[in-house]
Design a protein around this ligand. Sequence first.
Ligand code: NOJ
Ligand code: CA
Length: 691
Amino acid sequence: MTKNIRLWMLLILAAAFSACQKSIPGKVQSPSGNIQVEVFTLADGQAAYTVSFNQQLVIDTSGLAFEFLDMAPLRAGLEIRSAESSSFSETWEMPWGEQRYVDNNYNELRVSFAEKEALKRTFELLFRVYDDGLGFRFEFPQQENMGEVFITEEHTQINLTADHKVWWIPGDWDIYEHLYSTSRFSEIDALTYREHANLAQTFIPVNAVSTPVTMKTNSGIYLSFHEAALVDYAAMTLAIDHENLGMTTNLVGSWRDYKVERQTPFNTPWRMIQIAGRAGDLIESRLILNLNEPSKIEDTSWLKPVKYNGIWWEMHLDLSTWAMAGGRHGATTQNAKRYIDFAAENGLDAVLVEGWNTGWENWIGTADREGIYDFVTPYPDYDLRGVVDYAQGKGLNIIMHHETSAAVGTYEQQLDTAYALAESLGIHAVKTGYVGTILPEGEYHLSQFMVNHYQKVLETAAKHKVAVNSHETVMATGLRRTWPNFFASENLRGQEFNAWASDGGNPPDHLTIVPFTRMLAGPIDFTPGIFNIKLGPTKPNNQVNTTLAHQLALYVVLYSPVQMAADLPQNYEGHPAFQFIRDLGVDWEQSKVLDGEIGEYITIARQERDTGHWFLGGITNEESREIMVETNFLEPGVTYRATLYKDAPNAHWMENPAAYVIESQEVTADSKFGIKLAQGGGVAISFIPLK
Ligand code: NOJ
Ligand code: CA
C-alpha cells in the first residue's frame, strides 16, 4: 500500500468518526479526557476560561478583553449566545520534518459572545483541545459596529495556580538573542536584560517574557505558552503580574498609536498552551503544527533538507570580512570553491556564501541603511554564476544570503528581482538577516508591520521555489505547515555568540534549556559542529563552552532541516569525529525524546527517512552525569553497528573540551548501556543496520 493511499484511508476513517456531537455548553475535554476547558462569563459579563489537567486546575480563572483606538473596550457586559462542540481526527504527512506522519485529534468548542447593550458587538471564542495541550483564538465576524479595527491591546489573561519554576527570556520587541533565566515566577524581572553589550538592537518596555516560555509546577507538570499561526497581527509577549501570579498578553507595538490594524472578519493567532507530565513530551508534541493550516504549496518535491557548510564562521572569527574593501574578503570565487570541494568530498549537500553581494562596507551602525544593499550584484572578486555552476557540477546547492541590515524598504523593492535571480540560477534556499534597528524607524522586529513583511518574503520565495532560513525575525509559530518553504530560523543566542560575545559566550547549560523553550516554536539554525573549541589563534578570549562530543550531539538534539557543519574545512580535515556528520541524516521518519530535564540534560533519538538509520544525541549542562541508553527504539530482530562518539574520561568543557573517544559495538533493540557525559559534555551515536 503506498503512503498516499494509507493516508487517504486514515482520512476517510477519521471523517467517518468525526460527526458533530452535542455536549454541555461551555465545557470541552481533550480526546482522552486528560485536559478540560471551561468557558463562562464573570459576574460583570466578561468572557473567561479555566484549564484543568488530570482533574487538577492548571490555569485559574482568566479573563479576556480588547482595547481599541476610538472605540469602547470589549470587556464586560457580554452574554453567551451559543456553545457548539465538535471533534476532528486526521493523520497528515509532513513533506520534511521531525517525523513523517502527524496525528491531529482534537475536540473543539465554539462559544459565541455578544454584548447585551450599546454596540452589541459579537465574537466567537474557539477552543481546540488536544491530549498535549490546547489553542484558542478570537474570531471577529463582519458586523455593523466593527469594521476597520485598531487594537491598542489584547488582554488575554493566563493566570497560574502557584509560583512555578520558569525558564524565560525578556519580552524584547526586537530580538530573542538573550540567555535564558531560570527562576520562580515571582522572581521574573525582564528589565534586568535592558543592558546588553552584544546586541545591535533590543527594546524591552515592560516586565514581560517572550514565548515560548516554559514552566514546571511543584507537582511535576510542564506547561509551555506560545502562539500559533501568527499572520497579519503583532507578536505577543506576556506581561508578568507577580501579585496575582498571572500573565497578560502585551502585544508588540510600533510608532503608531495602535498595535494591530484589521478589518472584520478576522481571527487572532492561536494562544497556545502545551501541557505535559514529562518534559520530553513538550518536544514530541506537534500541537503548534496542528493549529496551522495545511500546506499551500502543492509541489513540495523541490524542498530538500540539507547538511551545509559555508563562508561564515571565518568572518565571525575575524579571519576574513563580509566587505571587500580592506582586502580580507571572504566570499571570493576561489574560497567558495574550496568550501564546495570540501562539501562534495564529505557528503554535504549545500554551501552558504555570505558577503557575496555589494553593500557590506556600510552595513552596521549606519543611520540611513536604505539603499545600501543590493541583492543581485556580486562583488567583482566573486563570480556568482561560475560558483553556482561549479557547485551544481558537483551535485551541490548554493545557499544565497540576504542580509537586509533591517532596511525593509530596500529589501521589499528588490524582493521579486532577488528571488527571481535565485530561481534563475537554480538556487533553492536563501538565508535572510535583519541586524540593526528596523527602518522605517519606529517599527520593531516583532510588530505587525514586520510580521507582514516576513510573510511577504516567505510567499515571494515560495513563488520562486526558494526555501527561507531567517535570522533576527519573529519567532516561528508553526507556519511551516502552511508554507513548507519556511525551513528554519535563528531567533536565539546561536553559536556565533561563542565567537565574539563579551560575556563569555553561551554557558554549558544553554542548549539543555533551548530544546524545551525556543525549539518548541520550530526548527533552529543554531550552526553546531565547532571542533576547534578554543577558537585559536584569532579569538584568544573566547571559546565554545561545551565538549566536542556535545557539539556532535547537537545535530540530533536541535532539530533543523538545514544543519550546518559550521567550522572551517581545515578544522575538519582528517578529523575522525567528522564521520558522524558525514553519516548524519537531516530528514526524519520519527523522533523520540528518550529522557531529559530542563536545564540539566536531554537525550533524543531520530530515525532517518528512507535509510532507517538511527542517530542519538545526548547533552548535559556543567554537571557530569551517567545516562542509561535503552535502544528499544531500534527495529526488533535487526543488528546495528553503533558508533559512539563520547567524551574522553578526562574531558571537560573548559579544561579539555576536544578530548573524545570513538567506540563501535553491535547492538539490537534489547541493548542497554550506560554512558558517562563530561561536564558540559555529550554523546553522539549512529546506528546503521548490518547487512
Ligand atoms: C547575524 C546572523 O545571525 C549571522 O548568521 C550572520 O552571519 C550575520 N548576521 C551577518 O549577516
Ligand atoms: Ca543573529
